[in-house]
Design a protein around this ligand. Structure first.
Ligand code: ADP
Ligand code: MG
Length: 674
């Protein structure tokens, strides 16, 4: 028996108590055989009277057993479950779960059995009926009744006493939480469905609460950490930048810039997450933050996840900031080694400057003294580790993490729970909504005709092909073919191609040509997914759109709709399954990134949406961030409140919490949460 339990990861009584049932079944009242109704899933108890086995055509193995109780009998049927003949012996008492159905040949009702438990002893009978019964995940050789028997033998006060309640009494009372030991017991043997729910709520609370404690402490530590950089939020450069800007900032942009200015003027390092949908104008906010460093005689760095995006930011900086006389440097993986050395030398000087880069910036030999502001664009594209490297560089620069991926609230409160947050909830004025269309591949020609008319007016077009890592060559060939076909279809226009496997200089080249309208149609793989900003590109056609994820489609579509002319995005797709259809339908329904992320959450489930590990989320044993959002809210409030009064958990009432925190998240805090 010990061995079979080991297979379930149960090494001790303690492990068993924490091995919660996967479900419960309410067996407080079970029907008699004569009370069974047709086609309704149910369970009942009976005694085996006789058994017949036969092998039919197609190798189908059938067991028929007559089952009897005090008032009636029924034939129960099992298909291809030969191994059950061991327990189906005349005289055996069984609990059968399944459905009474009409036999299509004999027209007699028979019971199609899904599941059977044998109840040999009076004890089995007591444990498995007339109560709410735990259903455990089992393993070969371990029967349900046996498992329940063990559960009854370990869930006793003697053993439960070993589990000290980590929560202070006052908190439990205030939030009407069940005691820890009761909760453990009720998780296995709930005395009523409601008590079962309360038990789970209590344990979910613990999980979320301890995690929030860790976050609250981390935030507390950040706020304790002095920065060497108290910067001028307003000054000559920020003022000049705003004056030279061809438009006025939206109120949302202004508000966020003020929030940042307040942070960087403070004695503690800024740690802020900026959320803004694609096209909401995050770049201006980023540049303003960098200027706050420069006008205080310090350096500011902007990190982009791709070379193309870094170059675009560099170009924008050159255009807008060079007139102010600010030195600007670009460092990417594509920088040549001689050039690199020069840049390294420049970065290690004391001159105030702006540095734009990819993760090459984070790599070792680069020293950046006086780095006062670091902005991380499209932060979700960076690994958690890379993010933390940056934070550790040089006396805690003020950090601004920007993201266009809308993060559902409950994730925000966990994965990014230690950061301050800003939201750009307003789009720049004068944008026309993007019109999104869907076409089957056979109607492509109509799409190209429409594009042609607009190309004639000088507008530009992206045509995107999917590129999925595993079959890179194949996908690349479809983009290459696409380019050739489009060149035939549009002989009067230049058709460019960009993909991830091109050399850095080639990428730069083609992007420049497209930006300068020397090339009119850009065939691309998803390398253009993030950040690219070319307002004159007003059309996008996404080929094989069913192969893209929803957030990817949204990001891609965000490349257009940035200018004064109404943009159109056409999805050419052959959706082959329900989820693909749902994604396409969602894209046609809305351009609101937040709404799309909610739909995505429904389609894919929370784990996949953000890439749990990437986001730094712990794996909870019971808690579900979507279902348990309400508990999360309470736990967060309680945790932050507690840390405010007892930041290092010195109070004797908090000893249990301190232990729980050390066990779950390490003390002095988690590296995992960058
Ligand atoms: P994102 O948030 O996706 O990074 P960008 O910063 O690239 O968005 O801005 C998208 C486009 O909107 C750019 O062409 C930018 O110049 C323009 N833009 C930004 N702010 C405003 C504004 N307040 N008024 C008009 N246009 C703006
Ligand atoms: Mg951007």
């Amino acid at each position: 028996m010990g061995k079979t339990l080991l297979k379930l990861g149960i090494h001790s009584v303690r492990d068993f108590i924490l091995y919660f049932p996967r479900a419960h079944e309410d067996r407080r009242t079970l029907p008699m055989i004569r009370e069974l109704t047709l086609n309704k899933p149910t369970a009942f108890i009976g005694i085996v009277q006789s058994v017949t086995e036969e092998r039919r055509k197609n190798n189908l193995h059938v067991i028929n057993a007559i089952i009897q109780d005090a008032q009636g009998m029924v034939t129960a049927v099992w298909y291809n479950q030969k191994f059950l003949s061991k327990i189906l012996i005349p005289g055996a008492r069984l609990l059968l779960r399944g459905k009474l159905e009409q036999n299509s040949f004999t027209h007699q009702p028979h019971f199609i059995c899904q599941d059977v438990e044998s109840l040999l002893t009076a004890e089995d009978l007591r444990h498995s009926t007339r109560c709410i019964v735990p259903i455990y995940a089992l393993t070969y050789g371990l029967y349900a009744a046996k498992m329940r028997q063990i559960a009854h033998s370990v869930l006793i006060p003697d053993y439960l006493r070993d589990f000290r309640d980590p929560l202070p009494e006052s908190l439990k009372q205030q939030l009407s939480l069940m005691s820890f030991q009761d909760a453990l017991y009720q998780m296995h043997f709930p005395s009523s469905p409601e008590r079962g729910i309360h038990a789970r709520q209590r344990l979910v609370f613990d999980e979320l609460f301890v995690f929030q404690l860790a976050l609250a402490q981390k935030r507390f530590e950040h706020h304790q950490q002095p920065t060497r950089f108290q910067l001028q939020g307003e000054g000559p450069f920020t003022r000049a930048y705003l004056q030279n800007l061809p438009y006025t900032l939206t109120l949302a942009q202004q508000r966020v810039i003020q929030e940042i200015a307040r942070n960087v003027g403070d004695a503690h390092a800024m740690n802020r997450l900026l959320q803004g949908d694609v096209g909401s104008g995050k770049t201006d906010v980023a540049l303003m933050a960098l200027l706050m460093a420069v006008q205080s005689q310090k350096k500011g760095a902007l990190l982009a996840p791709t070379q193309i995006l870094a170059e675009q930011h560099y170009a924008k900086c050159m255009q807008r900031l060079q007139p102010l006389g600010i030195p600007i440097h670009l460092l990417t993986g594509a920088s040549r080694s001689r050039e690199r050395k020069e840049i390294h030398a420049a970065l290690s000087s004391d001159i105030p400057m702006i540095i734009i880069g990819t993760h090459a910036l984070l790599e070792e030999p680069v020293k950046i003294p006086n780095l006062a502001v670091a902005v991380i664009d499209e932060q979700h594209r960076f690994g958690v580790l890379q993010r933390s490297t940056l934070r550790q560089k040089e006396y805690h620069p003020h950090c601004l993490f920007m993201t266009a991926t809308p993060i559902p609230r409950s994730f925000l409160l966990t994965a990014f729970g230690d950061l301050d947050k800003s939201i750009l909830d307003e789009m720049p004025p004068g944008r026309h909504p993007i019109n999104t269309l869907y076409a089957k591949p056979k109607y492509q020609e109509a799409v190209w005709q429409h594009c042609e008319k607009r190309l004639q007016k000088g507008e530009q077009l992206f045509v995107v092909y999917p590129l999925i890592e595993e079959s890179r060559t194949l996908d690349l060939s479809s983009a290459l073919e696409g380019q050739a076909q489009l060149q035939q279809r549009f002989p009067n226009y230049q058709i460019g191609l960009i993909h991830g496997r091109m050399k850095a200089s080639e990428k730069t080249d083609i992007m420049t040509r497209f930006r300068e309208k020397k090339c009119h149609v850009l065939v691309a793989t998803t390398v253009i997914e993030v950040g690219i900003d070319i307002p004159n590109a007003t059309m996008m056609v996404i080929m094989d759109a069913e192969r893209f994820g929803l957030s990817q489609l949204h990001q891609l579509r965000g490349r257009i709709g940035r200018g004064k002319v109404a943009s159109v995005c056409t999805l050419i797709a052959t959706p082959k399954n329900e989820n693909a259809r749902k994604r396409i339908a969602a894209m046609l329904e809305t351009t609101d990134g937040f709404r799309l992320s909610e739909i995505d959450l429904k389609i894919r489930g929370p784990g996949d949406v953000l890439g749990t590990r990437q986001a730094g989320l712990p794996e909870f044993k019971l808690a579900d961030l979507v279902e348990d959002a309400a508990i999360l809210k309470v736990a967060r409030k309680a945790a932050f409140h507690l840390i405010k009064y007892d930041p290092t958990l010195q109070n004797t009432a908090h000893i249990g919490l301190k232990h729980m925190l050390i066990r779950s998240h390490g003390w002095g805090l988690t590296q995992r949460l960058d």
